[in-house]
Design a protein around this ligand. Structure first.
Ligand SMILES: [Ca+2]
Length: 306
């Protein structure tokens, strides 16, 4: 119980402290690193089958997961080799327009009708019934819990990404970089650090090497995994972790039973938010929040198996 409370406080801590440090990032410059191939990409992914609408193919491959950067939390250490099967990923965070379509077909997830185990009182806080705020259809949906994100993913024939899939995709084919497009970041590259004071429409900022938008900032994105700070350090020291997943034996089992997931077990959020300072929106940064919690800077995107 103590551990779970800790994570809840950590989320709040980020909210209150990060804006204060956001100013220091404005002097950073944008690197012009061109995407380079990830090590050992399996070229059997090179098919001519087009990806589903709004999704891109993330190729099978291995990458170095985690970060030794002292400005990234110790929960991102040690850096270790991970193998990920190829998959499709949404180009963007799920938008208000997309989420509304889900609500209209799933009344049990409409504002005011969701079982209180699955959300807090702020679920879809700025919506009026099934209507999102005017003019914000192309903004990412926020104030959605992990349970709600899982339900949306299931309805759409997709799922949430594992934490490893998310980081692999966020790196965009670059090796050992801090951000989706290189080692530095500026307000022209992503929505972070309170530079814009709000979420931004998806696709406003440049995509990464895998053609994914907002993998740094805008809204932080729910992943499948249970969050454990020692997840990386408990991997075998040699060999390759294959499609790792924390808190469940299989993705399918978790998708089938997610409504029974422990509401006191934090779930992974990735990518940082429009509020977070630059150091918190890197591809290696990890966060964990209780699955019923909703917040104005938490959203998600989905993936689909090949
Ligand atoms: Ca994001």
């Amino acid at each position: 119980m103590k551990t779970h409370i800790h994570f809840f406080i950590f989320a709040s801590f980020c909210f209150f402290t990060i804006p204060l440090s956001g100013m220091e990032v404005s002097i950073l410059t944008w690197a012009d690193d061109a995407p380079v191939p990830t090590d050992k990409v399996d070229d059997t992914d090179a098919s001519n089958v087009p990806p589903p609408k709004g999704m891109v193919l993330i190729p099978t491959g291995e990458f170095q997961m985690g970060s030794n950067d002292p400005q990234v939390g110790k929960d991102a250490q040690p850096v270790h080799t991970v193998y990920v099967d190829g998959f499709y990923m949404d180009e963007t965070e799920v938008t208000n327009t997309q989420y509304k379509a889900f609500l209209l077909e799933n009344p049990q997830w409409q504002k005011g009708r969701v079982h209180p185990e699955f959300v807090n009182a702020n679920y879809l806080k700025h919506w009026n019934g099934n209507n999102y705020p005017s003019g914000r259809g192309n903004h990412p949906v926020v104030y959605v819990s992990w349970y709600a994100a899982m339900a949306y993913a299931e309805w759409s024939g997709k799922r949430l990404p594992t934490e490893a899939e998310w980081e692999y995709a966020a790196r965009g084919g670059l090796v050992g970089k801090k951000y989706p497009n290189g080692n530095t970041i500026t307000p022209q590259d992503a929505n972070y650090g309170q530079n814009l004071g709000d979420t931004t429409p998806v696709r406003k900022h440049p995509k990464n090497g895998y053609k994914l938008y907002d993998m740094a900032g805008n809204v932080s994105e729910w992943c499948l995994d249970a969050y454990t700070a020692d997840f990386y350090s408990t991997f075998p020291r040699d060999g390759v972790a294959r499609n790792p997943l924390s808190g469940a034996n299989s993705v399918d089992w978790l998708m089938d039973t997610f409504t029974e997931a422990n509401r006191l077990e934090p779930r992974v959020l990735r990518g940082g938010t429009w509020i977070n300072a630059a150091n918190f929106v890197g591809v290696g940064c990890r966060d964990g929040v209780l699955p019923w919690f909703t917040f104005y800077s938490y959203g998600f995107r989905c993936v689909r198996d090949k």
